[in-house]
Design a binder for this molecule. Structure first.
Ligand SMILES: Cc1cc2nc3c(=O)[nH]c(=O)nc-3n(C[C@H](O)[C@H](O)[C@H](O)COP(=O)(O)O)c2cc1C
Length: 214
């Protein structure tokens, strides 16, 4: 594959939120996840875990708890007199033919333990501890894998959307449905299917977001 072909693949991938009512072959999703695990990741710890959800009832249950969470949030907005919470027009998750939920293990790196202890009495260690929470290698690693995953799914003719919004209102409930162990966090859900839309989206020119340091 030359750079032009790779650019074509990258630039034609879009977040897809409407799908054909057609099952997604399990084998394709396995293959996509396997390729995603070749993403760069902190210390090659590979501290990710993927749930391929094909059971439509389970997907519906996830969509239901998310909708409940959204309604709860909307009611809080209303009670506080804030601008209306943007409730989605329809529960797109409920119509997803498949879903991949991505988790990260909450295991502590040895450095974090040492820093946390040291930070109690040492300002520099406290500062480093703070940096660690922003750098968040676990989350950066899993994000790299998700980016690969979306690209591979697109190459396979599938359409998906990386979603954190639903988890922001129902993470605990989704984890319960998926039987996620207590030392794992689900950080993204990715509904997948054969696309029934072809949205376009633009990007800011690279000159606005990049500079060369000489
Ligand atoms: C970390 C992250 C969280 C996202 N969460 C949501 C979400 O909750 N709901 C949604 O519809 N799209 C979500 N998206 C998709 C973005 O809206 C989408 O990638 C962006 O608008 C650019 O569009 P494109 O993917 O088609 O290029 C998320 C994307 C990322 C990277």
């Amino acid at each position: 594959m030359n750079t032009e072909e790779l650019a074509g693949l990258i630039k034609t991938r879009r977040s897809i939120r409407v799908w054909q009512d057609k099952p997604v072959p399990e084998g394709l999703l396995w293959q996509a996840v396997e390729l995603a695990t070749w993403a760069p990741n902190g210390a090659n710890a590979q501290n990710w875990h993927f749930y391929i959800v094909l059971n439509r009832d389970l997907i519906k249950s996830i969509a239901d708890v998310v909708a409940q969470g959204m309604r709860l949030m909307a009611s809080w907005f209303q009670q506080q007199g804030a601008a209306a919470f943007p409730l989605p027009r329809e529960n797109l998750l409920a119509k997803a033919p498949a879903m991949i939920a991505v988790g990260i293990w909450r295991r502590e790196y040895p450095r974090e333990k040492v820093l946390a202890e040291r930070a109690k009495t040492d300002e520099k260690a406290a500062e480093m501890l703070q940096w660690g929470s922003v750098l968040n290698p676990r989350l950066q690693s899993v994000s790299a894998a998700i980016a690969y995953l979306l690209l591979v799914l697109h190459q396979m003719g599938l359409g998906a959307t990386w979603m954190t919004g639903p988890l922001s209102v129902a993470k605990g409930e989704v984890e319960k449905i998926l039987n996620v162990p207590s030392d794992m966090d689900i950080v993204a859900i990715i509904p997948v299917g054969y696309p029934a839309e072809s949205p376009t989206r633009e990007r800011r020119p690279v000159s606005e977001v990049c500079e060369v340091v000489r």
